[in-house]
Design a protein around this ligand. Structure first.
Ligand code: DC
Length: 217
């Protein structure tokens, strides 16, 4: 990380399919900052619970499992590691999609993972999630709330995952409904709202780079 960006936090929040991951990853690379994907932490916990035959409705047990997991930031530029390894591709399966919003809905689970997110991001990072600018880093130096029309979000999510998988499509629908109950997806009062509808990733990135106050001209 460059000296200039030390300890700065950029929060990227918004609903599924708005383009958060592409933006957050690109922004981190452009600014020379670490990148923290908090959705991957909830997904890793859900995947580990599934592997162990755990109950997605048992909040206290899941919180205990979350406490036993080792999250870190490694690499150059730094990004999330789970048990020392980059988050794996099996975090986007229909099985994980079907339970992750239930897992993420338990207050005990959120308390554990939010504390971990603060620890991982405190040295400065672009942090992607749903509650970053509102709860995890309310003092973030820049808050972006990325949104897009529902039709476009649905189309993007299908395109980035296995095309035409009915089980996955159904799981995504149910997940969205539960996600909205856990995180109301209201932008922080000081967030800049960016709409990605009908725009490519470069165009969105250019707009957001212009909102970074400490960026060199
Ligand atoms: O961003 P994503 O699709 O990878 O998120 C996976 C799940 O985790 C989804 O159900 C929303 C939830 N989540 C959350 O509750 N809070 C966050 N900060 C990030 C993700």
């Amino acid at each position: 990380m460059s000296e200039r960006n030390r300890s700065l936090v950029v929060a990227i929040d918004g609903p599924a399919g708005a383009g958060k991951t592409t933006l957050a990853r690109g922004l981190a690379a452009a600014l020379g900052m670490p990148y923290l994907n908090t959705g991957a932490m909830y997904r890793s916990l859900a995947a580990e619970a599934l592997r162990r035959g755990g109950d997605p409705d048992d909040g206290p047990a899941l919180a205990g499992l979350a406490r036993s997991m080792r999250f870190s930031m490694e690499g150059d530029p730094a990004s999330l590691r789970v048990e020392g390894k980059p988050p794996s591709d099996d975090l986007a399966t229909a099985e994980v999609e079907a339970v992750v919003s239930t897992v993420a809905g338990h207050p005990e689970v959120r308390a554990v993972l939010r504390a971990e997110q603060r620890r991982l991001g405190v040295g400065g990072a672009v942090v992607e999630g749903r509650d970053i600018g509102t709860v995890v880093f309310p003092d973030a130096d820049l808050k972006i709330f990325l949104e897009a029309d529902p039709e476009e979000r649905a189309a993007r999510r299908q395109a980035e995952r296995r095309q035409g998988d009915p089980a996955l499509a159904e799981a995504l629908e149910r997940r969205d409904a539960r996600d909205a109950r856990t995180n109301p997806l209201v932008p922080a009062v000081d967030a800049r709202v960016v709409d990605s509808t009908g725009r490519d990733a470069e165009d969105v990135m250019a707009e957001v780079l212009n909102l970074v106050p400490w960026r060199e001209a």
